[in-house]
Write a protein that binds this ligand. Structure first.
Ligand code: FAD
Length: 468
């Protein structure tokens, strides 16, 4: 019998999710020396690329060029098939995949948001940043979301790069947005917005803020907004100063220089003001008579050394009420359980050893043939490129299991059998050829308007454009 993964008996792999993690797993598998691998990639949305399309900010177009590499190194290969608009768990089950593939790798990302756990969090006008990001990026699940942009005072809770994206998008002028692929409806709504103040809130000090230097520097270069920082909130406490000196990290010093520059600047009288606050935690959102947020109670923090040595915020007695009409909570993404697989509810990830899914209730026994990569494997951290080495680790595990003879034994390890199942369950599936036609149409519409693309924002629109 021919060994699986050699000529004549390709290793058949299903990858669930078409974000960076899914594509990097595919890339490493297709590049594996001396192996013959066939890949079917399943994506619940009609369009590929996960958060590269639906997360990365529209005004950071260049970052999305990574999709060209995915196209060249993966999607153009004959051994690759794409099934968009097909959700595992809805259209096909994990058991369906087990009948068609030797291995299944979930790269399904972190699909939901974390909660703050403070009173008033669910008042009208308080939203997870995840929803706002997905909305302005034309994500089919969020295109009908509504945000009251008649608000004058907006708070963004969090100081990571996602919070920076949200704050920046709120401060962009209509002209700037018109040159991006921001969804049509979002451009119209943001152009009509009456925002005057955007405040970002970090619970620790400037040194501990998760934003990176290029991203925070950009906040000081917005044509439509003045940047403001309170000098007393970026003055380093003795513990942070010690940390800065010991870290010997130029990027931390640079970060402080950028923020000190903001604090020393004078406002130019632009339409909006973007204020960065540090060492403050929201403790409650306060509603008006219509249960709509009208203010946020915040407490001032000091930093203390935590168990692992990291500096943690400790609330003081100083509280403040910040008037706000709209709140975006940017405190992290979270993975969703996959039916039929173990789940670590605390971390929001699928438990795994180097990508091999394991069952913690059974002494971490491997779940045969099932793997994870990307945010569903390690949690929602890191940039697009971080998923590449992460995917390599998973692929090495997959190939080691293959060599050890530990793969699934599918009844029909045949691309046509898989295709037949997909076509029966989801006649509206989108193939890679379909996507290329849609991509061409989106770009052509964008060219006519002077922006990179005009996005289709629903499966129905995409299928109609394909004449189906
Ligand atoms: P995802 O990109 O989320 O992909 C997961 C895919 O799986 C999705 O397409 C999803 O629809 C699909 N899926 C889920 N469940 C199923 C199912 N049951 N069946 C079929 N398909 C399924 N990084 C940068 O380098 N630069 C940036 O500017 C940048 N900006 C970001 C902005 C935001 C708002 C966010 C949240 C992240 C940003 N990142 C950025 C980080 C980067 O996007 C992530 O590192 C990366 O996308 C994670 O890859 P992933 O493949 O694990 O998840």
């Amino acid at each position: 019998m021919t060994a699986i993964g050699r000529d004549g008996a390709p290793l058949r792999v299903a990858i669930v999710g078409s974000g960076p993690a899914g594509f990097y797993v595919a890339e490493h598998l297709l590049a594996a020396d001396g192996r013959t691998v066939e890949i079917d990639m399943y994506e619940r949305l009609p369009m590929p690329f996960g958060l590269v399309r639906y997360g990365v900010a529209p005004d950071h177009e260049k970052i999305k060029n990574v999709t060209r590499t995915f196209e060249k190194k993966v999607a153009s290969r004959p051994a690759f098939r794409f099934y968009g608009n097909v959700e595992i768990g809805r259209d096909l089950t994990l058991d369906d995949l087990r009948t068609c593939y030797h291995q299944v790798c979930f790269a399904s990302g972190a699909q939901t948001d974390r909660h703050l756990g403070i009173p008033g969090e669910d008042l009208a006008g308080s939203h997870p940043a995840t929803a706002f990001v997905a909305w302005y990026n034309g994500h089919p699940d969020y295109r009908d979301a509504t945000f009251d942009l008649s608000a004058k005072r907006v708070a963004v809770i969090g100081v990571g790069n996602v919070a920076v994206d949200v704050a920046r998008m709120l401060c962009r002028t209509p002209d700037e947005l018109a040159r991006t692929d921001t969804a049509d409806y979002a451009q119209a709504a943001l152009a009509a917005a009456r925002i005057q103040h955007v405040t970002m809130l970090g619970r620790r000090g400037p040194l501990q803020a998760a934003f990176t230097n290029p991203e925070v520097r950009e906040l000081g270069q917005l044509p439509g907004a003045d940047i403001a920082v309170r000098p007393e909130e970026i003055a380093l406490d003795p513990l942070s100063r010690e940390a800065l000196e010991q870290a010997d990290d130029r990027s931390l010093r640079k970060k402080m220089e950028i923020l000190e520059g903001f604090a020393a600047g004078t406002p130019a009288g632009r339409d909006r003001t973007l204020t960065l606050r540090f060492l403050v935690s929201p403790t409650e959102l306060i509603g008006d008579d219509h249960a709509h947020v009208r203010a946020m109670r915040i407490v001032r923090n000091t930093l203390v050394r935590g168990d692992g040595g990291a500096l943690r915020p400790r609330p003081t007695d100083t509280v403040e009420e910040l008037p706000v009409d709209l709140v975006f909570r940017s405190v992290g993404y979270r993975g969703l359980p996959i039916p039929g697989l173990p789940f670590d509810d605390r971390r929001g990830v699928v438990p795994n050893d180097a990508g091999r899914v394991v069952d913690p209730d059974r002494e971490r026994t491997p779940v045969p043939g099932i793997y994870v990569s990307g945010w569903i494997k390690r949690g929602p951290s890191g940039v697009i490129g971080t998923n590449k080495p992460d995917a390599l680790e998973t692929v090495r595990t997959m190939l080691a299991d293959l060599d050890a003879g530990s793969v699934l034994t599918p009844a029909t390890p045949d691309p046509e059998a898989a295709r037949a199942v997909v076509e029966t369950r989801q006649p509206g599936r989108i193939t890679w050829d379909d996507w290329q036609r849609l991509d061409t149409l989106e770009r052509a519409a964008g060219e006519a308007r002077g922006c990179p693309r005009v996005k289709f924002t629903s499966a129905a629109e995409a299928l109609a454009a394909l004449g189906r």
